[in-house]
Design a protein. Sequence first.
Length: 103
Amino acid sequence: MKGFQLVFLTLQSRKHPNGEHISQWLMDVSEKIGIKGVTILKASQGIGRDGKLHSSNFFELADEPLEIMMNVNETEYEKLFTLLSEEKLGLFYTKTAIEFGTI
């Protein structure tokens, strides 16, 4: 199957206007759309769009960088990005054309 790998980059502390963590909100929305195989990866550190170093440390995990990764077909992509456009979250992402399946 042909589609896209989407990677959203955010921080553990970032929340949707409804109060839910962005990562959890994105997983819930993806599930409602029918997207399967959403993965959240935690990073030890990264430099954000603001040019600042963000990292998890022993005392503070809220600044921990996260990647939310999913593989989607064209229909799922269109549904997701229509919703994200309406939300106006300013969420950074990458989109890569891929072929995926099971063997």
